[in-house]
Design a protein around this ligand. Structure first.
Ligand SMILES: Nc1ncnc2c1ncn2[C@@H]1O[C@H](COP(=O)(O)OP(=O)(O)O)[C@@H](O)[C@H]1O
Ligand SMILES: [Mg+2]
Length: 402
């Protein structure tokens, strides 16, 4: 089957759910696909259609009213409940304007799952009319920096509802005795209004379980949470997020209709992220591929950090940019938690080892002239390096290459 079919399927689904933003997102994916296939004429034509649609129609208002969803409308004037002991707010309201404009990028299978949740929630009214009981809660889990918070806000933005963001640190902070009461008032508030309740960093609760002194209190908190999640099941939408899914109580886990595990982005998604984040800095295609190779297993947040750093370097070092290899060496040395040990070693190994690794890498598919440009060497000199290693240093370097 043609691999553009997955995008066309998602496009049709989006078109039928009448979400202009989602349709646009799918059209952008299709353009990227055609570009990659070298089908520039098709890509250009779709780009034209997209640009025309932008010019002729104002963006559909996302603040549509879900008429079957119970509850009052939240306004900027709505009073937020506070912890009785410390007077700190136990939640924050995020309106449409406060939320991420940027579309988070995920591997294709995750994208399909995310689109399905958004589609279901947007069509809540129609589903309720048919008695089709739509899903209402979604647990998002995965490593820090994979875009979970961004995704939750993007879902809210696409569904057109404000977010009631639970401030779990405030809820469970100094006076443990009041935590259950705070959880109850958080849910009371969320149930009263049309909103998505967002329980970000759920693990703040789970971590407490390590403290034997607090066992009784934690049990009470978890029980309150379970009761409130059950009561909310018939009322509104809820998103839970955790970095440590294993710490989350299994009973809490089961309360969520949909569970999405967000993995680190694959190499293709990393490529898209890099070209988006690094813009407007100008890097050639082979330089971007090289940077991507250096950031093996990085998260979206890592790539954002790298891009911000490259932009700072661009400003601080003036307009003559250093060689990308030098830049990545420095970044790797200063970010050992973001760049794998193997890559740090390779970047710092002798040029022969590095050049051979680059020339043998399947993903990179770099020509010798591209590698020569990356390491600032003449192509003839480079070919000597590559053959030299093949003849003499292969055995001793193989452990570094891994
Ligand atoms: N999947 C992604 N798509 C686009 N940007 C991402 C993605 N993941 C992370 N980022 C970038 O990293 C930042 C932090 O991500 P965040 O949503 O806070 O991660 P998490 O909540 O999983 O720890 C985002 O604001 C965004 O700039
Ligand atoms: Mg987060």
């Amino acid at each position: 089957m043609d691999s553009s079919f997955a995008i066309i399927q998602a496009l049709c689904r989006s078109a039928l759910s009448s979400s202009k933003e989602m349709v646009e997102h799918q059209v952008v994916r299709l353009i990227e696909y055609y570009k990659k296939q070298g089908m520039d004429k098709e890509a250009k034509s779709l780009e034209g259609i997209l640009a025309k649609a932008h010019r002729s129609q104002p963006m559909e208002s996302l603040n549509f009213v879900m008429s079957s969803l119970e509850g009052d409308e939240l306004t900027r004037g709505t009073t937020v409940p506070v912890d009785k002991e410390t007077a700190t707010p136990i939640l924050e309201i995020l309106f449409q304007d406060d939320m991420e404009q940027d579309i988070p990028l995920f591997n294709d299978s995750i994208q399909v799952a995310v689109d399905a949740v958004i589609n279901e929630w947007r069509n809540y009214d129609k589903l309720v009319k048919l008695n089709a009981s739509p899903s209402r809660s979604c647990l998002i889990y995965g490593d820090p920096g994979t875009g979970k918070t961004m995704l939750a806000k993007w879902i809210a933005k696409s569904v057109g509802l404000p977010v009631v963001l639970a401030k779990l640190d405030g809820i469970i902070s100094s006076f443990l005795g009041t935590s259950s009461r705070n959880i109850a008032s958080l849910f009371r508030f969320a149930n009263r209004y049309k909103c998505i309740l967002l329980l970000d960093e759920f693990d703040a609760l789970a971590k407490l379980r390590d403290d034997p002194q607090e066992i009784g209190e934690v049990k009470r908190i978890v029980n309150t949470l379970l009761q409130n999640l059950d009561a909310r099941a018939e009322k509104g939408f809820t998103i839970g997020i955790t970095n440590h899914e294993k710490l989350l109580d299994p009973a809490v886990w089961r309360r969520f209709d949909v569970q999405i595990d967000i993995p680190h982005p694959n190499i293709v998604v990393r490529e898209k992220m890099l070209s988006k984040f690094i813009s407007p800095l100008e890097y050639s295609h082979s330089e971007l591929k090289f940077i991507n190779w250096c950031m093996d297993d990085a998260t979206g947040a890592d790539l954002r950090k790298l891009s911000d750093w490259l932009k700072r370097m661009f400003v601080l070092e003036g307009s003559i940019r250093r060689n990308v290899l030098e830049q990545m060496k420095q970044f790797a040395t200063m970010n050992t938690g973001r760049v794998s040990r193997r890559i740090v070693d390779l970047l710092n190994s002798d040029l022969t080892v590095l050049c051979n690794e680059l020339s043998n890498n399947n993903y990179l598919q770099l020509k010798q002239k591209d590698i020569a440009a990356l390491v600032e060497m003449s192509p003839s000199n480079l070919s000597k390096h590559i053959s030299k290693r093949k003849n003499s240093t292969f055995a001793s370097d193989s452990s570094v290459i891994g």
